[in-house]
Design a protein around this ligand. Structure first.
Ligand SMILES: O=c1ccn([C@@H]2O[C@H](COP(=O)(O)OP(=O)(O)O[C@H]3O[C@H](CO)[C@@H](O)[C@H](O)[C@H]3O)[C@@H](O)[C@H]2O)c(=O)[nH]1
Ligand SMILES: [Mn+2]
Length: 731
């Protein structure tokens, strides 16, 4: 470890085993060059069949090789950080610790159920951190009275939940996560008290779910609470004034939990929405929160989480502060990013959603080049930096910053002041969304904002401790998953093609390796080009008797075999090493392919359309719940294909097409059993066979399954038609 002398609040350790990895990477690079050489020297001569196809596959391989080189940058230079919260406690008393504002964003009570949202809110209210220093803001982009109702219930439940958490050191502090895993009272808790809180929680969830289902808050609740009067008949999620409600005022006397200890401040915020006024999605919500919080608490630290991402470690704030408060090495750290981990991944991981390997290996690598990107959730920011402050050596943060309460100021004065900052006209003719706050105009507002911060001279830190800090929900249907990846792919490609291209905006400011890490994300969707070539052309050529690979007895097969086996063996080993399963890895390979031929292809097309001005930016929210049979299928590892979206037609067509080529190609080999021919087509036949094997669940969903998750009949018809069209293409 370097710099771990006694006073430091954190230490940095360099990655081990790098020599072995570099040797491996070199061997892959050499094999790649050999393949390029083979392609260049064996090109069919002019007029010979397949010359253009050969040139095509050469381009695909050149692209893949170059992209692979880019992806090696985060692997070359990893660093790992360790925090020392004990030293923090020795140096800073509770009174001296900085205030922390936690921002939770929600946008739709249907796809993001309020009972889930409030569990996340309760988990962050229950952080092991002085209550008077903790302020929790919920931004509701739907401006829904149902979500407000749920938050109001949560503010009452917090009075018993927080003391229970503190007294018995409960983890995790999301009541939903806690009670769904622990069914009987733990030895350390007093039985009566524990069951009492559990029952209160369960009843509250029933009440909230009933209200959400009915779409109406009960009259007696409305009558007895002023807060609800802000809603009226004519209001919709797209047309309403700004609403700010301080449900718990941590600095007031009424905010006391059962044991007489103060509660953290809790604020509900719905920024104004009007038809015709662009609201800039999550970035707009975050910027409204930055302003609203500036007049209520104005803490120097902002933690941002998605509404499904509960805190899984109550000590996390103190840990993150070690990086920001270290006087020596923390001065230039703008934000501390935690990984995205998911609570709902199981043994099968059918949609290849786990980011564990990526988070365990690639992010420490990016950290080695100057710090991880901001990924939208599980991130601690300095408020000043989010608001645009450039890095300067002489700047000293004022950790004591906060809103001093002027005597006589009432809650409603504060709410009124805050409301005017959340109107939809507030930002007109200002730098908000450009130089101040989160950046507008990109579906991955987080990544571009992080890049902008880096260009102002700041670094960031990546923290991935043993106990997972945050747990979220990954999509549980194929369609949701593909939509999410389309947004991510599109957002990153847009950044790449804009003036925020890491090289354009950051040369001389950012290290070359860091720019390459950004290129890895930026070029991600364009990997659809080689993928398409590889799923169509070699198989079609197999069917039509055009050879594109060396004979299996030729020495030139070696680099092909080496690259394929070495990369797959390594990725399997990495998956297993970080807790994944073999079946999960296999499913990931299928999803790797599916994402490229669907999400990434559409992301690329849409980005081009946007450039031409033919399409507008959108943000489709990822659904967070599935019910009934589709939930059951997810748990059993059965893929959900039951929709007639274009994505599914593509998936079915590619699978059918490869099956057709495999059968036709092998038929031809059987009729014509010359050894030379078999040698010549072995690799292509094998490649096509692997594509068929990986698509087995697709055939099953086309022809065998009877449940609602199978392909609709229309998709079967469309994909059969498309397949016929393609196989009849004369090459
Ligand atoms: O108009 C909007 C749209 C979304 N959200 C919130 O943004 C968060 C992320 O949305 P989600 O649909 O869950 O998207 P994901 O793809 O899961 O989110 C990842 O990717 C986003 C960028 O594409 C980041 O903003 C997120 O933080 C990151 O977790 C959720 O809490 C939403 O409630 C809003 O507040 N307003
Ligand atoms: Mn999400």
């Amino acid at each position: 470890m370097t710099g771990g002398h006694d006073s430091s609040l954190f230490a940095i350790e360099k990655g081990k085993g790098m020599v072995a990895y570099r040797l491996y990477a070199t061997s892959i690079l050499v094999s790649t060059c050999l393949i390029w050489w083979y392609r260049a020297t064996h090109i069919p001569s002019i007029g010979e069949k397949g010359r253009w196809l050969w040139i095509g596959i050469s381009l695909a391989e050149i692209f893949t090789g170059l992209y692979w080189i880019v992806t090696q940058f985060p692997r070359l230079n990893p660093i790992y950080r360790h925090a020392f919260p004990d030293r923090l406690s020795q140096r800073y008393s509770d009174k001296q610790l900085p205030g922390v504002d936690v921002f939770v964003c929600t946008a739709d009570p249907t796809s993001e159920p309020p009972s889930m949202v409030i569990s996340t809110v309760l988990s962050v209210m229950a952080y092991d951190y002085p209550s008077e220093k903790l302020n929790v803001y919920l931004s509701d982009d739907a401006g829904s009275v149902l979500t407000f109702y749920a938050l109001w219930e949560a503010s009452e439940f917090a009075k018993v939940w927080l003391p229970l958490c503190r007294t018995y050191k409960i983890e995790p502090r999301s009541p939903a996560a806690y009670f769904s895993n622990i069914h009987s009272v733990p030895d350390t808790c007093r039985t009566k008290e524990w069951y009492y809180v559990k029952e209160l929680y369960e009843n509250m969830v029933i009440r909230i779910n009933t209200v959400v289902k009915k779409g109406k808050v009960p009259e007696e609740v409305l009558a007895n609470n002023n807060g609800f009067s802000k809603w009226n008949e004519g209001m919709t999620s797209k047309d309403h004034p700004s609403i700010v409600q301080i449900l718990v005022d941590g600095k007031g006397y009424d905010a006391v939990e059962k044991d007489g200890i103060a509660l953290p401040t809790l604020v509900y915020v719905a920024r104004e929405k009007r038809p015709g006024q662009h609201h800039n999605f999550k970035a707009g919500a975050m910027n409204a929160l930055i302003r609203v919080s500036s007049v209520i608490s104005n803490s120097p630290i902002i933690l941002n989480v998605d509404c499904d991402m509960y805190s899984n470690n109550s000590k996390c704030i103190r840990e993150a502060l070690c990086f920001l408060l270290d006087e020596e090495k923390g001065q230039n750290i703008a934000f501390v990013q935690y990984p995205q981990d998911f609570a709902n991944l199981d043994y099968y991981d059918i949609y290849g959603n786990s980011l564990t390997v990526f988070m365990a290996l690639d992010f420490p690598g990016v950290d080695g080049w100057g710090g991880p990107p901001y990924i939208g959730t599980g991130c601690f920011h300095r408020r000043e930096v989010l608001c645009g402050r450039p890095y300067s050596k002489d700047y000293k943060e004022n950790w004591a910053k906060g809103v001093a309460r002027i005597s006589g100021d009432t809650i409603s004065d504060m709410e009124e002041g805050a409301k005017s900052l959340a109107t939809c006209t507030f930002e007109l003719d200002t730098e908000w969304g450009n130089g101040i706050g989160l950046k507008y105009g990109y579906p991955v507002e987080d990544v571009v904002t992080g890049l902008q911060i880096k260009c102002r001279g700041w670094k960031s830190a990546y923290c991935n401790p043993k106990r997972t800090a945050f747990l979220g929900l990954s999509p549980t249907t194929l369609e949701q998953c593909l939509v999410q990846y389309k947004r991510w792919g599109e957002g990153n490609l847009q950044i790449f093609l804009s003036k925020y291209n890491a090289f354009l905006v950051g040369h001389r400011k950012l290290r070359f390796g860091f720019i390459m890490c950004y290129y890895m994300y930026g070029l991600w969707p364009t990997t659809c080009f080689p993928a398409w070539y590889y799923v169509v052309i070699p198989s079609l050529c197999f069917l039509q008797g055009i050879s594109l690979f060396p004979e299996v007895t030729s020495i030139w097969v070696l680099p092909f075999i080496y690259i394929t086996s070495a990369t797959y063996i390594l990725s399997l080993a990495e998956t297993v090493r970080f807790g994944g399963t073999i079946i999960g890895w296999w499913n990931f390979q299928r999803m790797w392919l599916i994402k490229r031929i669907t999400s990434f292809s559409f992301a690329t097309i849409d980005t081009v359309l946007k450039f031409l001005g033919w399409s507008e930016m959108s943000f489709s929210i990822t659904g967070k719940v599935t019910d009934g049979n589709s939930k059951k299928r997810y748990e059993e590892g059965i893929i959900e294909f039951g929709s007639d979206s274009a994505y599914f037609v593509i998936i079915a067509s590619v699978a059918l097409f490869n099956l057709f080529c495999l059968v036709g190609g092998f038929g031809a080999l059987l009729v014509n059993k010359e050894m030379e021919r078999i040698n010549k087509f072995f690799i292509q036949g094998f490649h096509c066979a692997i594509l068929v094997v990986i698509n087995l669940p697709v055939y099953e969903a086309l022809f065998v399954r009877k449940d609602n998750g199978r392909f609709p009949f229309s998709v079967l018809v469309a994909s059969l038609g498309l397949t016929m069209l393609v196989v009849l293409l004369p090459l």
